[in-house]
Design a protein around this ligand. Sequence first.
Ligand code: ADP
Ligand code: ZN
Length: 300
Amino acid sequence: MKEVFGAIEAGGTKFVCAVSTNPNELYDEIRFPTTTPGETIQSCIEYFKMQQGKYLLKSIGIGSFGPLDLRKESSTFGFITKTNKTGWTNTNFLGVLKKELNIPIEIDTDVNAAVLGEYYWGAGKGYSDFLYLTIGTGIGGGAIVNGKLLHGFNHPEMGHILIPHNKDDDNICNFHNDCLEGFASGPAIENHWKQKAELLPPEHIAWDNQADYIAKALMNYMLILAPKRIIIGGGVMDQKQLFPMIRDKVRKYLNNYIQIDEIINNLDEYIVPPKLGNKAGILGAIALAKLSYDNRASAK
Ligand code: ADP
Ligand code: ZN
């Protein structure tokens, strides 16, 4: 039987399950809407039980919407915790799958899964230390540090760092008055300009403001994490004109403080878009499955 990895891309509106070995070989994939936890998780179990009849399933990776409890010692490890998604608060996601499928399963946030996918097969390949930021409905970030996904007390929450505000911009975060997500997520842009972000023309002043917030955030991440590359994706970054604007502002704010050639002379290669595009979610989950399998193999 062919050996494969399993993957679950668990989103707030849809789930994608797949089996694969790497980005060039996706054998099978299904999608279904996110309904109740019971029904949705059951659909995952049935899918993988069916695949187990056809392939040798080595492990499964889950990239999930959050927040998640990723503290291994916690009694609610692998749970979706306090989420805005109705009915899903305190859902034992990992535990139920493990019990039913009885193979190694690795769970992480959708953002961290995308970080790992970019590390194995995308714009982070070959970089032992890089930052990945996604700017969409929310803002999330993750990092590879010394070749490993950064986890601390739990997963990072890079969207909620404090940022000096521009003019009288109001902040839409329910928790903070001056955080990045509240100023620069897609809904924040819409709130500020009273128009959907995708409808604002490329030359609109909104993008200068947007680039400014992102550049300030990047400067903070750069000074703290010293990443060797920064990848920025998410729906809002479909506005490709943002990339040169962000690079110019990062250069201006850093003011030659970091004397590294890649940063002084080659920001075009330093701040880049992701490479996995709309496959980032599912490939990220495959990457988590591979990580879990490789970790077990090296521990033996
Ligand atoms: P999600 O974060 O929900 O997974 P996306 O990354 O696609 O999904 O982000 C959706 C957000 O991005 C919405 O707020 C939307 O207005 C914004 N967005 C989507 N496409 C564009 C675009 N081409 N230009 C600017 N903003 C966009
Ligand atoms: Zn916030």
